[in-house]
Design a protein around this ligand. Structure first.
Ligand code: ADP
Length: 236
């Protein structure tokens, strides 16, 4: 399969183009904060609860809130039915999601408590961890939890000999490497960086530059979604 031809990718995008991304805030009534992201064909809901009392008590920390993240992919979210429930992949993604978000959340303001971040992928088409982190930071802000910044996240990768932004399913499956990254724009920090496959140092640099551009666009969309939610009084 030819994934890229004359600079045009299998889904018609250029090398440095993101898929279409739509972010909505406050979509779930029962959650303290929530967000929904449509990212290409990915569809991801995030519900945030807390800060609230943490049980069992022995998990509490006297110096800060515990940030619990749970990533789940619905069994109907992929082509072949996915076996429901946690698996190695979802445990890993939950862990790296917490790592990506924790640096921006002022957990020290809420000792003894827990903040729950539930990420539910209802349709998956590659890049769901980035979509989850992007949505989760917006949902945390929607919950009114004090934060230093939002966390935009996207991947770059290598397909053939080309470095490209935001891999789609075919590129993820048949490409050379995949590099999901989450950024903290205010400090220029990186709170998630994983790599599947191989890249040279120069390619990594090129990929990082692409991701920075992508995260800048996503950051604006995150802020715009929050502004839209809070500009009127019509929210409950
Ligand atoms: P990410 O979604 O963050 O890119 P992966 O690289 O692990 O995470 O997965 C890439 C894609 O592979 C997913 O977005 C999803 O479309 C698909 N996928 C993951 N797990 C399964 C599964 N158990 N069955 C079918 N497809 C899956």
């Amino acid at each position: 399969m030819e994934l890229i031809k004359d600079g045009i990718r299998i889904d018609g995008r250029k090398k440095d183009e993101l898929r279409d991304i739509k972010i909505e805030v406050g979509v779930l009534k029962r959650a303290d904060g929530s967000a929904y992201v449509e990212w290409g064909m990915n569809k991801v809901y995030v519900a945030v609860y807390g800060p609230r009392e943490l049980f069992p008590r022995f998990l509490r920390r006297s110096d800060k809130a515990v940030l619990q993240c749970k990533y789940n992919m619905a069994s109907f979210s992929v082509d072949d039915r996915k076996r429901p429930g946690p698996d190695r992949r979802s445990v890993e993604i939950s862990k790296v999601t917490r790592g990506a978000l924790e640096p921006v959340v002022l957990t020290e303001n809420f000792p003894e408590s827990v903040i729950n971040v539930n990420i539910e992928v209802v349709q998956a088409e590659a890049g769901t961890r980035c979509a989850g982190i992007t949505a989760a930071s917006v949902a945390l802000a929607d919950a009114g939890i004090p934060m230093k910044d939002l966390v935009p996240s996207c991947a770059a990768g290598k397909v053939g000999s080309e470095i490209i932004l935001d891999l789609c399913k075919e590129e993820d499956n048949f490409g050379e490497s995949d590099l999901p990254i989450a950024m903290i724009p205010r400090t220029g920090g990186i709170s998630l960086l994983q790599m599947d496959g191989l890249m040279t140092a120069e390619e990594l640099e090129e990929a990082l530059n692409l991701v920075k551009k992508g995260c800048k666009i996503i950051y604006e969309k995150q802020k715009e979604a929050l502004r839209k939610r809070y500009k009127g009084d019509d929210h409950d």
